[in-house]
Write a protein that binds this ligand. Structure first.
Ligand SMILES: C[S@@+](CC[C@H](N)C(=O)[O-])C[C@H]1O[C@@H](n2cnc3c(N)ncnc32)[C@H](O)[C@@H]1O
Length: 272
């Protein structure tokens, strides 16, 4: 996919997803976000840059960890997601947080500025994860650390048929390399190539709980990475993709609920 098109699809797609994102995804993503924060091991007074911060679910926890003497510069491509983060940060009174609209590939921040760089569930969406990781390495002081979480292997993510179901109806693929980083040693390899060392990888197997058919559909279509394509489907096409997706996750249904398996890869490394 043309990288500029991918950035536009991501930016405006996540703008659309922002309203329902927390309701849809805060539960399923929590294990990966917690593992990332544990591996980042933030300490009071540290300076943190966050890439693809979304609605601020990790930002708030990072700000608590570094406290009022630290700071968190949290960045995302989508103004809609940043607006949600801004509201949450203001409500929590966290003056140590700055929110900026930035592409992960061009942070526009000074070299050697931060102690820690973090990114939760964002690098699957960027046109070139290596470029984003090199940006994270560049803004870290020497010896600073990075922690990154991505979805794991496709075959371990029970919701993965979502992409071919949507791609069958739109000309451009929504997330062409979505599962690549979480497969095998790919994330470790790209971290090494981007200048990190002392790399540690954890894989987490999880079960995502969705309480109803409406909520499993909302998370997949309106609240997630295909929100842009979905917003352009007419009612008939929406009905078709709903049916196909529900068929694909039928084996994980238990009464009205869905318990869908997933895997995350979480990695930590030190800037050289
Ligand atoms: C699944 S959300 C994750 C948000 C948050 N980190 C969390 O854990 O809830 C993915 C985020 O990646 C952002 N994103 C996608 N492409 C991006 C890019 N090129 N640069 C920065 N952010 C990007 C989206 O706007 C969205 O907010």
């Amino acid at each position: 996919m043309d990288p500029r098109l991918q950035l536009r699809v991501q930016r405006y797609g996540w703008d659309r997803a922002a309203e329902v994102y927390d309701r849809a995804w805060s539960g399923p993503l929590e294990p990966a976000q917690s593992a990332l924060l544990e591996m980042a091991d933030l300490a009071p007074g540290e300076g943190v840059v966050e890439v693809a911060c979304g609605s601020g679910l990790v930002t708030l926890r990072a700000a608590d960890a570094v406290g009022p003497d630290g700071r968190v510069v949290a960045t995302d491509l989508s103004e809609g997601m940043l607006e949600r983060a801004r509201t949450a940060v203001d409500q929590a009174g966290l003056e140590q947080v700055t929110l900026l609209r930035r592409d992960a590939g061009a942070l526009e921040l000074p070299d050697d500025e931060f102690d820690v760089a973090i990114s939760a569930l964002g690098l699957m969406y960027v046109p070139d994860p290596g470029v984003a990781l090199r940006e994270m390495a560049r803004v870290l002081r020497p010896g600073g650390r990075a922690a990154v979480a991505v979805w794991g292997e496709r075959k371990r993510c029970g919701w993965a048929d979502l992409f071919p179901i949507v791609d069958a109806r739109v000309e451009t693929e929504v997330c062409p390399l979505f599962f690549q980083l979480g497969t095998g040693d790919a994330l470790q390899y790209v971290m090494e190539e981007s200048g990190f060392r002392e790399i540690e990888v954890r894989r987490l197997e999880t079960t995502s709980h969705f309480p109803s058919e409406a909520r499993v559909l909302e998370a997949a279509f309106a609240g997630g990475p295909v929100a842009m394509a979905y917003s352009r489907f007419d009612e008939a096409t929406r009905g078709e993709v709903h049916r196909e997706y529900l068929d694909s996750v039928e084996e994980y249904r238990s009464g009205d609920e869905y318990l869908i398996p997933g895997e995350f890869a979480v990695v930590r490394g030190e800037a050289g």
